[in-house]
Design a protein around this ligand. Structure first.
Ligand code: AMP
Ligand code: MG
Length: 361
């Protein structure tokens, strides 16, 4: 190659490097375009879903919202115990045969089984006979007789669920008259799937509220962590006793105050103790789990509520990575795990917060 040719190449390379450096500096100096926002509300999974997505281009954001809504409804039709043709209802049809289901239903049921084992059965995916008997939160809610509860309990338990994968297809078999109910974990999985879709589509900032199951993508549109409130039970929605500051995370709360039936002055709520078939007699008013994995957060918040303060403290000794916030029933006392300490702030100063281990002693 001639000397002229070499020097031309060098000059071009230098010019290119300069252009990249100038572009980089300018992109840092010029004010970033303010993120636009699109919001949507709709009813799905037995709750009002609220979505907020942020980014550039209103049409793009609206398309994302519509895509999320369709995805939520598609998943509800697989996971719901209340939709006659759902995978879950077909699998629990009482015939005790292998039923072909979607990969998504298989995967969620498999995860529910793992978390059931992990929580010593406090989380129970085969509890449908009990939830259907009480119907708390739906039409026809009632307090059943003791013998009805005993009969329903005999048909509960994850031992009645079997899973198999064959030739790339997925199957579930439910025996012993059991019914699957994934109501305590499905919203978490839907939040996880929605978050992944948003991230895959290039959205940088979003908030998903599936009625108590919150999940945030990235940081707030203006930058910085999202600050999410934890509802004060029995107070108007939006009244918080504490907040959690997170990004790319999920914050899931289970509480006795969410769905209940009041009869003869007694409050019967919707989180059942699989050992008794009755609403869990928990000494907790609510449990909030903060986790990147919303599926796990959802199942754990339900399970820790069932375990109560002592059971939960025992479980947490073996699971130190769990970030959770507990509100004691009938008290203004909040217990915080070590992993949650850096993200939780007490907001209502009439409450007090302490380390869960301190409270154990
Ligand atoms: P969550 O609001 O996430 O705590 O879930 C409550 C819902 O989960 C109920 O409406 C039932 O459908 C279901 N459920 C109730 N008790 C349990 C339990 N012990 N284990 C698993 N699911 C449960
Ligand atoms: Mg749950």
């Amino acid at each position: 190659m001639s000397t002229d040719g070499r020097s031309f190449k060098k000059t071009t390379a230098a010019a290119l490097i300069c252009a990249v450096v100038v572009f980089f500096i300018l992109s840092r100096l010029l004010p970033e375009k303010k993120a636009e926002e699109a919001q949507g509300d709709y009813f799905c999974l037995g709750t009002v879903v609220h979505l907020s997505v942020y980014g550039q281009g209103r049409d793009f954001l609206r398309e994302e919202l519509a895509g999320l809504e369709a995805e939520g409804k598609r998943l509800e039709e697989l996971f719901s115990a209340n939709i006659p043709d759902s995978d879950i209802r077909r699998a629990s049809d009482g015939r005790g045969k292998w039923v072909k289901v979607s990969g998504e239903t298989f995967s969620l049921t498999e995860r529910a089984m793992e978390l059931s084992e992990d929580t010593g059965g406090a989380f129970e995916p085969a509890l449908g006979r009990i939830t259907k008997l009480w119907k708390i939160g739906s039409d026809g809610a009632r307090v059943p007789e003791e013998d009805e509860i005993r009969a329903a309990l005999r048909c509960c338990g994850r031992r009645n669920i079997a899973l198999k994968e064959e030739d790339g297809a997925y199957y579930i078999k439910v025996t012993g008259g059991a019914l699957i109910d994934l109501g305590g974990i499905a919203k978490g999985r839907v939040a996880d799937i929605m978050m992944k879709k948003l991230a895959d589509d290039g959205v940088k900032s979003a908030l998903i509220d599936l009625g108590g199951n919150l999940a945030v993508l990235g940081e707030r549109p203006g930058g910085g962590k999202w600050r999410l409130g934890i509802q004060t039970p029995e107070r108007p929605r939006g009244e918080y006793f504490g907040t959690v500051s997170v990004s790319d995370c999920s914050v899931v709360t289970s509480g006795a105050y969410e769905r209940y039936l009041e009869k003869d002055g007694v409050c019967y709520h919707h989180i059942f103790d699989p050992a008794t078939g009755r609403p869990a007699d928990s000494d907790l008013a609510s449990v909030t789990v903060i986790d990147r994995d919303s599926t796990r957060a959802d199942a754990l918040s339900t399970a820790l509520f069932v375990m109560g303060r002592e059971g939960a403290a025992g479980y947490l000794k073996e699971h130190k990575d769990i970030a959770a916030v507990f509100l004691l029933k009938g008290q203004k006392r909040v217990l915080v795990t070590e992993a949650a300490r850096s993200v939780f702030t007490l907001y209502d100063k009439s409450f007090s917060a302490e380390d869960i281990r301190g409270a154990e002693e």
